[in-house]
Design a protein. Structure first.
Lengths: 102, 136, 130, 130, 102, 136
């Protein structure tokens, strides 16, 4: 009974990603889309907090949004997976519910 | 699913008036009440500001919709989960929120509080127990 | 599987309506059903028939109208949100005494009940907003 | 003193256009001049002639049109931002082959140069946005 | 040569108020409007950081927005002043420039 | 004020693509360049993301406007202040940003860098030195 959480805001500007991570349950998936993908980068002021979460929840970033923002694969945090829109659909189908953190 | 009843959760994470999301969320709740689903409302992060007392919008010219929360009981919307950690961070307590009640017709029409203060972990449990989550 | 979609932000200003569009296309391509998309808040502005984006940019309204036509997706614009924001179909314009209407082909205006119904009748609800 | 005003968000969704309105009223009441208000980004939607807000809510477009009429404030809607978002005046509608237009009385469509000019010719520039 | 800064976003959701305070110069004024007025309340997780700033810059909150949100005078941080729209206009006129932190 | 020339600062604090502000800010800069004012651009907070290399928006269907920054020199827009603390917090360095240059016609058309990395304190000084500040 897992949830797919989506986050579409930059974690450097807005608290949504942190609030999402604080409410996600073990085994949930947090999908970063749109400006949310900035949360998937390594070497940032938030990286440690993100890595600490990655053991509890699956962290995924939407590749088309990473590409748009010029975030190369080499810059992604350890443990962050990527997917495309087809994979986004599969994630939504394979989880029991979805929750958008707007 | 029992009798095609789904669990609907309305998640309110934004402050009122600066943007319209809080008001338009409430408009969905009122319409949705006619559908006989199992409805809950969640107030966390800045959403807890929606429930505060003594809102007076006269000077900003925007409609004050906060009294409508007190009418939710009449629509059989009786479960308003409010996150304690969100209140704490904002310097608020239950006393700063409006009194919102509903009449339990199965219990001699006793007035019962609709607001249920929950911890962040309990809020996560409430969220994980839903069929449909509407985010505002 | 049936997906219900909520679009909560207007076109061009936020990426939400683009993301929703790409999600719906991918869902349909994977063989899923998307019976309805509900446009709420500023999302109602996606339905405007009067948009004239620059030649080198996508036309968001036309993308949605095409998906409605090709796949029978029901594009519902919330009437209450639309009235505030100046989005009217021909009937509403007449009823309100307005001399113009601006709801594009493939979109229809209806009530919030259609959002709840979508939540009841689909397997997953996706919200794209801000 | 002369104030130039930028409104960057649409009506009802954000408080920005309300705050700008109250600021302009207060500035005029204090004897200041507000030669122009420039509507940019989603702010262009404030100019819609098709809005029908609920009876118990303010009509934001009418408030602005009234201030334009009573105080000669020049309400300029950015043409590039307006075209994307489906806001057209009669001339633009004709030029684009659209059968409706939706710019309310008191507003006029013009280019971004009017924003820069406002910055040059006023003493203070105020931005209300999101 | 002082600046009037305006902030209209809740500091609990968004970084704008903190960024504004980090860039305001001694003698500037920071005016909280719309959802920005939540930053003017005492007893919050941000109160200490706000009080620390109040010695360097003038902190002002717009009374009509405080009223709308039910923030009573007794709850305001020490050192925060309030004003109405007329006072907002005066502040804009008496400073050399204005900067909106959107 | 010298010859009616005002100092204009365009403040960019938002990431590109998630919202349109960055693109519509750039559109103002291009139009504004015709007015012979003293123009500077500030990039801080998430605004620094606008200048990163290798943006490819094909799959999101949104126009990639990042190449336009490289054309700013032709419009005599040559002062792009980028805040170091904002870069640091986001794990970025000057190497992650596009190379943006202008030709100095007073110095034998030498190509000079338009991006000037400044500290937060220097950015505050730049802001305090303006006549008109446009915020995006």
């Amino acid at each position: 009974m897992a949830t797919l959480h989506t986050v579409n805001k930059s974690p450097f500007a807005n608290q949504s990603l942190l609030s999402c991570l604080a409410h996600a349950k073990d085994g949930d998936t947090v999908l970063m889309i749109e400006d949310g993908v900035y949360g998937a980068a390594s070497g940032t002021g938030l990286a440690d907090a993100m890595v600490a979460m990655a053991s509890r929840v699956a962290l995924v970033a939407l590749q088309p949004d990473l590409n748009a923002r010029g975030i190369a694969a080499a810059r992604l945090l350890d443990g962050v997976k990527t997917t495309d829109y087809a994979g986004f659909v599969e994630l939504a189908a394979s989880h029991d519910r979805t929750q958008a953190w707007l | 699913m029992e009798d095609d009843v789904k669990k609907f959760l309305y998640v309110n994470r934004k402050a009122p008036y600066g943007t319209i999301y809080a008001l338009e969320s409430l408009e969905v709740v009122l319409i949705g009440a006619a559908f006989d689903q199992d409805v809950s409302l969640a107030f966390l992060d800045d959403g807890v500001f929606q429930l505060t007392k003594s809102q007076d919008t006269k000077e900003i010219g925007v409609k004050n919709f906060s009294p409508t929360f007190r009418a939710l009981g009449d629509y059989e919307v009786t479960k308003l989960y409010v996150e304690k950690e969100s209140l704490d961070e904002r310097g608020l307590t239950l006393d700063d929120l409006q009194e919102i009640t509903w009449e339990d017709e199965d219990d001699d029409y006793e007035e019962k509080p609709s607001i249920r203060i929950v911890t962040r972990a309990e809020m996560a449990d409430v969220m994980a127990d839903q069929d449909v989550i509407l985010s505002f | 599987m049936k997906f219900g979609i909520v679009v909560s932000e207007g076109p061009y200003t936020h990426q939400a309506s683009d993301s929703a569009y790409h999600f719906v296309k991918a869902a349909l391509e994977a063989g899923h059903k998307v019976p309805r998309v509900f446009f709420y808040h500023d999302g109602v502005n996606v339905a405007t028939s009067l948009s004239v984006p620059p030649q080198d940019e996508r036309n968001i309204q036309q993308q949605w109208s095409a998906i409605a036509k090709d796949h029978g997706v029901d594009l519902v614009v919330c009437i209450a949100a639309a009235q505030r924001r100046g989005m009217l179909d021909e009937n509403e314009a007449k009823r309100q005494g307005k001399d113009a209407h601006n709801i594009a082909e493939g979109f229809r205006i209806s009530g919030l009940g259609q959002l709840i119904e979508m939540g009841i009748e689909t397997d997953r609800l996706m919200t794209f907003g801000d």
